[in-house]
Design a protein around this ligand. Structure first.
Ligand code: NDP
Length: 516
């Protein structure tokens, strides 16, 4: 069992949990002009005992827990404490080949020809087990990734289970999903996922692949392998035939060995645009199907007729959810000029109430950044924003002494040419720009190489519909942000990638359609 910090050892915690003023003044409580009464949230830590973290994890290939072919391992750490969590086998190209062969055998021998109604039973079982073990998954995910427990508990894990429920329902109904056509599985799917939503991205990829009759080799990100390895245990518990799902943590280069393995029929990738381009080159000239879900720089547009208090909640959810490490984060706020001042004032008031700290504390709103490398990237871009002349604002709040934390950050007076308005920061950093007319809003929103998501806040339905038609974004949320549902397709335009995940579109990416 990995050694865990005890309550009293927890870095930077004076009371063992998040410790900060909520920014309210005593006079606002009707207490007169007396001395300020400092108060703190009582810590509400989720128990770490609900999950057993092993000292070592192997690769999950052909239903077995195996060491890497060269015996190498790597350490995964808790980004909130910088403490080691577990040693994980580090796959080699030879291990990837072994996993692809196991997946091919499972495809030929059982899964590829199994009736849909039988496949569905396994998917329903997995969905059920994920729900039964949800606390275990939520705690593990928060420890390995740094995300707040209330998000892993209320968003990541339930949505992951929902994807299995949803696609389980399709497994025996493919003829209705694609009327008049025969949907055949593609074969072996190579799936590479990132660190921002480790279990959820696994579910987005594994559930439709299995429902359509494919087998899978999945490479989790090196900073967050643990929930995928716990999922391997769920596969065992569900009696999934060996080799249908293979989980092979390893470095990026080995991910490329998976992509280029000749035994792979389909590649699905979520991550940075740079690596997405390399993967597209890696499959060019082959018959492999490819879907890419890459970066984003979403505009969240607030018109002067929007209910500002609700919009502020949507803006906060849009950029500070999951520390802003979200491909579809609303990282550019486009505010109509006439309301920008009251909007920023309300936003600053709201930022003062955001609690940053221990991801396992149920009060925490913003947890730890996933890795030192990502923290450095955020810091570098924030420094660039200051140097380029945007106005910088952070609420006063204590950060733990150890761990990778970053305060929620707001930049106003941002120009379109600033790096913070152009580049994906992937952190809790909001850049505010302004516009006067709807046309100007559309022009600024679309002025990005990305095209993943956008948000519109207005009282007028007709304006929403008019804007949506002109916005080059795969998903446009209206009077809400960052809402996900397994029935709804998700994906981008331009440098945000191609292909869709979720809904029937997500199934389509895993089938070959033939005439009857
Ligand atoms: P990457 O794109 O490098 O990582 C995503 C996944 O790809 C990981 O599993 C990674 O493995 C793997 N990978 C890395 N290199 C290769 C390769 N050559 N061939 C095949 N697979 C590879 O993202 P980073 O972690 O480097 O993050 C950098 C930036 O990317 C972030 O700051 C953010 O802007 C963006 N990003 C976007 C995401 C999204 O959801 N759209 C998700 C994550 C990042 P390993 O972890 O072992 O390196």
């Amino acid at each position: 069992m990995a050694r865990m910090a005890t309550e009293t050892e927890r870095p930077g915690s004076r009371t063992g949990g998040v410790s900060r003023s909520n920014g309210s003044s005593p006079s606002s409580w009707g207490l007169g002009d007396g001395a300020a009464i400092p108060w703190e949230y009582a810590p509400a830590p989720e128990s770490r005992d609900v999950v057993t973290i092993k000292d070592r994890y192997g690769l999950f290939i052909g239903g077995k827990d195996v060491a890497a072919s060269d015996g190498q391992t790597f350490m995964t750490i808790n980004p909130a404490t910088e403490e080691p969590l577990a040693q994980v086998a580090r796959a080699t190209a030879a291990d990837m080949d072994k996993a692809v062969r196991a997946a091919r055998t499972a495809f030929r021998k059982s899964w590829g020809s199994m009736p849909g109604r039988e496949r569905a039973k396994y998917l329903f079982r997995i969905a059920r087990i994920l729900q039964e073990r949800s606390r275990e998954f939520a705690v593990l995910e928060s420890m390995d990734s740094g995300k707040p427990i209330k998000e892993s508990r209320d968003v990541d894990v339930p949505l992951a289970a929902a994807h299995f429920w949803y696609y389980a329902g399709w497994a025996d109904k493919l003829e209705y999903a694609f009327p008049g056509r025969v949907a055949k599985p593609l074969g072996v799917a190579a799936q590479i996922i990132p660190w921002n939503f480790p279990l959820l991205m696994l579910a987005w990829k594994v559930a439709p692949a299995l429902a359509a009759g494919n087998t899978v080799v999945l490479k989790p990100a090196s900073t967050t392998p643990l929930s995928a390895l716990l999922f391997a245990d769920v596969c065992r518990q569900a009696d999934l035939p060996p080799g249908v799902v293979n989980i092979v943590p390893g470095p990026g280069e080995v991910g490329m060995a998976l992509v280029t393995n000749p035994g792979v029929d389909k590649v699905a990738f979520t991550g940075s645009t740079d690596i997405g381009k390399k993967i597209a080159k890696g499959v060019a000239g082959t018959n492999k199907a490819l879907t890419l879900e890459l970066g984003g720089k979403a505009a969240n547009i607030v018109f002067d007729d929007a209910p500002l208090d609700q919009a502020v909640e949507g803006i906060v959810n849009g950029i500070y959810f999951n520390q802003g490490e979200v491909c579809c984060a609303g990282s550019r706020l486009l505010a109509q000029e006439s309301i920008v001042e009251p909007l920023i004032e309300k936003l600053k008031d709201r930022l003062a109430t955001i609690r940053v700290g221990d991801p396992l504390d149920k009060n925490t709103d913003v947890g730890a950044i996933n890795s030192r490398q990502q923290l450095e990237k955020i810091t570098e871009l924030v420094e660039a924003g200051k140097a380029e002349g945007a106005d910088f604002y952070q609420p006063a709040c204590d950060l733990p002494d150890r761990g990778y934390f970053f305060r929620p950050t707001l930049f106003t007076n941002v120009a379109q040419s600033h790096r913070i308005a152009k580049e994906e920061i992937f952190g809790p950093v909001l850049s505010v720009l302004t516009f006067r007319t709807p046309d100007e809003a559309v022009e600024k929103a679309n002025n990005t190489p990305y095209g993943l998501s956008a948000g519109i806040w207005t009282d007028k339905g007709s304006r929403i519909l008019a804007m949506v038609r002109k916005m080059k974004a795969g998903v446009v949320w209206a009077n809400t942000f960052n809402r996900f549902d397994p029935t709804s397709p998700f994906g981008g335009y331009k440098e945000s990638g191609y292909g869709r995940e979720g809904g029937m579109h997500g199934l389509h990416a895993y089938v070959r359609l033939e005439d009857r």
